[in-house]
Design a protein around this ligand. Sequence first.
Ligand code: FAD
Length: 310
Amino acid sequence: MDAPLSSEEWRRLFRELFSKGIWVRMWEPLCFHTTIRIGGQAALFAYPPDAQKLVEVLSVLRNTNVPFKVLGAGSNTVPPDGNLEMAVVSLSHMSRLDISDEYVTAEAGVPLFKLVNTCMVEGLSGLEFLAGIPGSVGGAVRMNAGAFGYSVAHALVEVCVLDEKGSRFTLTPQEAKFGYRRSVFFEKDWTVISAKFRLARSSPTTVRKSMLSYLEKRLATQPLELPSAGSVFKRPRDGFYVGKAVEELGLKGYRIGGATISERHAGFIVNLGGATYEDVVALVRLVKKRIKERYDVDLETEVEFWGEPP
Ligand SMILES: Cc1cc2nc3c(=O)[nH]c(=O)nc-3n(C[C@H](O)[C@H](O)[C@H](O)COP(=O)(O)OP(=O)(O)OC[C@H]3O[C@@H](n4cnc5c(N)ncnc54)[C@H](O)[C@@H]3O)c2cc1C
């Protein structure tokens, strides 16, 4: 971006998007859209209702040369505080879900809770491990979200993608280069439009049972009652559990401002009320430093920080 837009230029952009039939807001508090309840006001916040409108929004933003980010359910994201001279494109209104035999196609904004519950009702098995993850399909594909030994890539057949030039195409799981919390979407400025999964025929009762067992495990181990962005760090290598290591360092319950290392799961940072971006960043830096000193391990964050990186 060359120079920040003036208020009048942001308003002009607002009117341009609104007149295309896109629901858009100005100075929208991002803390309403992140599970950790942190984030300042984005100058523009747009909700394209479908893939075609998404293409239009991104094309307008790119042509205007304003910085922008795509947001799913905001469960893996911490935006900075204050006024943010950026646009945020929320995919939460792109939430179509189609089922055909054992195939489920979900638009990027479909909440994982809805995906998992729909599969359960249909007696389709294969995504139960996602139960309790408060993300969206798009965010889960980008992150290759996973738990209990499974990840999104296991059941994925293809991903429909929008590239930086506005072209739409599909990727196979191989082309999406999935790995542990990693995908091609970290290398390319591409947006997930939808994902198609192939599941196994089962019965609603069986799927429900396995779903409930995963939910119980989460309830027992994660601080789900408090705002957080999930596990802050990636596992640096097999067998090294960050939560356990942080606990061994005696950092459970360590607090900076409104943010604290969870007593329930030391891999989580929770917002006790009024936590700021800086509070979370300071905690992350502290953990990274102490882990490096004690274990000579370099931690990488799984959570995405939209401001100054920790
Ligand atoms: C309580 C809790 C428990 C969690 N448990 C797990 C777990 O067990 N396993 C796990 O893997 N994760 C877990 N998470 C983290 C998080 O829920 C997942 O990573 C989830 O898949 C993120 O999806 P989202 O839609 O919320 O992503 P967002 O936070 O909205 O976005 C994350 C990143 O992806 C980008 N993005 C979003 N949508 C798209 C799209 N359509 N195309 C391209 N880029 C996009 C955003 O720009 C951002 O950079 C947990 C989080 C919480 C709060």
